[in-house]
Design a protein around this ligand. Sequence first.
Ligand code: OTU
Length: 648
Amino acid sequence: MAPLTSFASFDALFADTPAEYRQVFEGRLEHFRSQLEAPMRRLYGEREDFDHWLQRVVDVAASAAAERHHDLRVLDRQRLEEADWFQRSDMIGYTCYVDRFAGDLGKVVEKIPYLKELGVTYLHLLPVLAPREGENDGGYAIADYRRINPQFGAMEDLRWLAGELRRNGISLCLDLVCNHTADTHDWAIKAKAGESRYQDYYHLFPDRSLPDRFEATVAELFPQSAPGNFTYSSEMEAWVWTTFYGYQWDLNYSNPAVLVEMLSIMLDLANLGVEVFRLDAVIYMWKRLGTDCTNQPEVHSLLQVFRAILKIAAPAVLLKAEAMVTPQHLAKYLGLGESADLECHLGYHNVLMVALWASLAKGDVTLMGEILRTIPPIPAGTAWISYIRCHDDIGWSALEGTEPTEKAGGHDLLKELSDFYAGKLDSSFAAGRSFQVAPEHDVHGTNGTLAALTGFSEAVRLGDKAEIDFATRRILLLYAMIFGFGGIPLIYMGDEIGAPNDETYRGRSAEAGDGRWLHRPFMDWDAAEARHGPTTAQGRLFAGVQRLVKARKSAFALHAQASTRVVETGNDHVFGYLRRGARGAVLVLANFSAQPQTVARACLDQLGVSRQVYDWISGTTSCPDDSLCLEPYDSLWLEAANGDETGT
Ligand code: OTU
């Protein structure tokens, strides 16, 4: 193992902290040092100055640990004692834009009662750090990681908000936009001015020869609005790697200085009280010629370094991977096999998300069942983020190229789904819009709010009671699926009150070119008032969501540690999965069709559901004879016998 500076070098850092705490830190450093060093060595072991960089990372950990506030050290200890806190069934996530939800950071505090009314325990605020001026991809082009977007407040406001949330049982999650900076970040400005130290922070090419070779195998993220993956900088007379918009410059992690910078930024934010980091666009963090430059083994090594440094300096903090990938790559971000417990604690289940929409459009669950069966069980100590939609589009490519998708129609199927949600098919109930469809890419993503995509908005507009009922059922079906699945369910702001699409983005120059703003409406607090009306459409929807939240919080068996197994229901319209673990078992059944459907008694017997069937959602017991009937778009969480499986 590389020689580390003796612990005596920490004297100055820890001068103001109790001796005990320093001991705890040194203990953690000793214990997890190899988990830090091994991935560092895989990444940079060939370098002569490797020891220097390892030491730099240790120094970042030590100074962050020394600066960590007393309350957060207490939190570290609590979380270590209750390591499963984020896996429990009482976790409910919510995600929102600061300005669109409340105004600024201080005003988010005023909305805590609303969040509590919904049962929220985890709040993901979309980017809050200072973005570039003008277009900034909704804050995902950061100009300064050590300053808050001045519209939202200052760092002290963030600290205060994090503390208020914590005191109310809500964990704060923030984005760590680690793949790229804005072209106006200080590093980029210095690079443009010719400082080679900062030019080495990015991927620069003097001419098109390498970019052209990369382009031969790398996909385009925004084929319509930002074609290609390289942008020419006239200041440097060079091509810069820009996976997303031209103003988002990909960082070069083959330079260990970049990693050190990002670790230091992360720990400083953790010390303000951030409890979860959403690691944005992680799959692109390493490039390799001849590949599609995603999901490279080095990306996993980088994440392992992020994880190890947290274990040492801020063990309460969780990592969440934003990896929108195909089933084959997804679970690896939570660690598999040898790397179990070494990568992210949480990961978005984008495959489930996309498969849910496919099932809803088709009224058939065969494809979803086959696809989900290909995803390996996730390691102990991890959980999915299960969600119906987020601030991004529904990216159909998650299903692309998989065997089950090919069987179900392949590209034609994806095109059909995209058209369905754009409201182009007669059978469609949806009012969304296709995203980034250039002629040669006729399927990419779909935009639209939950209410728009399920027909809720349109039914409300027409005042069509029967359709409102159907659409509400669709929404609650999707929520029942993600609330039961095994992880933290994440509600996107406004979906709980049926927020409609927002066409006004077309009039704002920084947004007009990006159709995702269609489904990022401002929270309509007047409309939210209607949630209290038992007969309003919003009121019934909100009450339905609250009922699911309550049911989930009381059904301890839905703990993320319990296994999730897709089961045969004998009916192509009814999806079934069995959750089994130390706290009991639940069979989730969900009817994705607009007609009533049945599941045979024999099937229930086989899955351990007793004669007296208890449903956690309705809180009622029934005794179906030959078969169990599910109403259109209905879902049930049935108590089941645990068998001898213990969820491992
Ligand atoms: C993320 O998403 C963010 O969620 C987006 O809002 C940003 O625009 C983007 O990164 C750049 O910061 O392309 O359509 O996993 O699918 O990272 C969404 C790969 C995106 C990408 C994902 C990205």
